[in-house]
Ligand binder design. Structure first.
Ligand code: NAP
Length: 233
């Protein structure tokens, strides 16, 4: 029997990350559920357990180099191999209203979590990855350079533009490693971040990341997807 694929999902204690873990767990993936808060993470594990999905907990704050390296070292010491990484953890800060006025700490926290965080995770976990492997970065339409600027949360939007650029460069660098790297715009999703008025359910928001992790052709790489279709960015 083929061994179940192992997937690491960051920021997976709630929202799109949790739902992606739930859907992939239902499909038979071995889920490494990652988050920065131990209590929230164990509640999410219990929630998955009640739905018959067994997962393992990985305590990791993607904004901290030490935390990410520690998490990778723990899995490495157990000889864990990872098939898919989903970089889902992200923040959108209330004070993110104007790029020329935003507090510098809020700006660097946003870039550090949303763009450097995924890159940090990739760098730390790359030695643990199976080939072929897949990396999926949860981006946002707000990062698009082809759509007009929307005027909302500019630091967040710029962090996602940088994440899209990292996606394309890593895809190029990993061609010989047989690791695909793609990004996803999940649409406007009803989560703590998206708010109650958002147009999409969390189940819908998780569909494209789940597809990229499971059914999408391995040859797709360096692209940005929404609703399983490549989009401009
Ligand atoms: P959410 O409900 O606010 O969940 C965000 C998750 O990220 C939480 O689990 C949070 O953990 C985690 N997180 C934040 N900072 C972290 C850090 N430093 N280390 C580890 N985990 C961290 O948001 P969501 O809507 O599910 O968003 C998931 C992804 O989709 C994000 O990348 C977001 O930018 C993207 N996205 C969302 C929408 C939307 O409409 N919702 C649209 C486009 C893109 P805590 O519970 O510990 O805070």
């Amino acid at each position: 029997m083929q061994e179940a694929k192992k997937i690491l999902i960051t920021g997976a204690n709630r929202g799109i990350g949790f739902e992606t873990a739930r859907q992939l767990g239902t499909k038979g993936f071995n889920v490494f559920l990652s988050g920065r808060d131990e209590k929230k993470l164990s509640e999410a594990m219990d929630n998955l357990g009640r739905q018959g999905i067994s997962a393992e907990m990985v305590l990791m704050d993607v904004s901290s180099e030490d935390s990410v390296l520690r998490a990778a070292a723990i899995l490495s010491s157990r000889n864990v191999r990872i098939d898919v990484i989903i970089n889902n953890a992200g923040i959108l800060l209330r004070e993110d209203r104007s790029l020329h006025q935003i507090d510098p700490v809020a700006l660097s926290t946003t870039l550090n979590t949303n763009a450097y965080g995924p890159l940090r995770v990739v760098r730390a976990f790359l030695p643990l990855m199976n080939k072929p492997g897949r990396i999926i970065n949860i981006s946002s339409g707000g990062g698009s350079m082809s759509d007009p600027v929307g005027g909302w949360s500019p630091a967040y939007c710029a962090s996602k533009t940088l994440l899209n650029a990292f996606t394309r460069h890593l895809a190029y660098e990993f061609t010989d490693k047989k690791i695909s790297v793609n990004a996803v715009c999940p649409g406007w999703v009803r989560t703590d971040m998206g708010g109650k008025s958002a147009s999409r359910s969390v189940e819908h928001g998780a569909e494209t990341p789940v597809w990229l992790a499971s059914e999408a052709p391995q040859s797709l790489t360096g692209k940005i997807f929404r609703d399983k279709q490549e989009i401009d960015w």
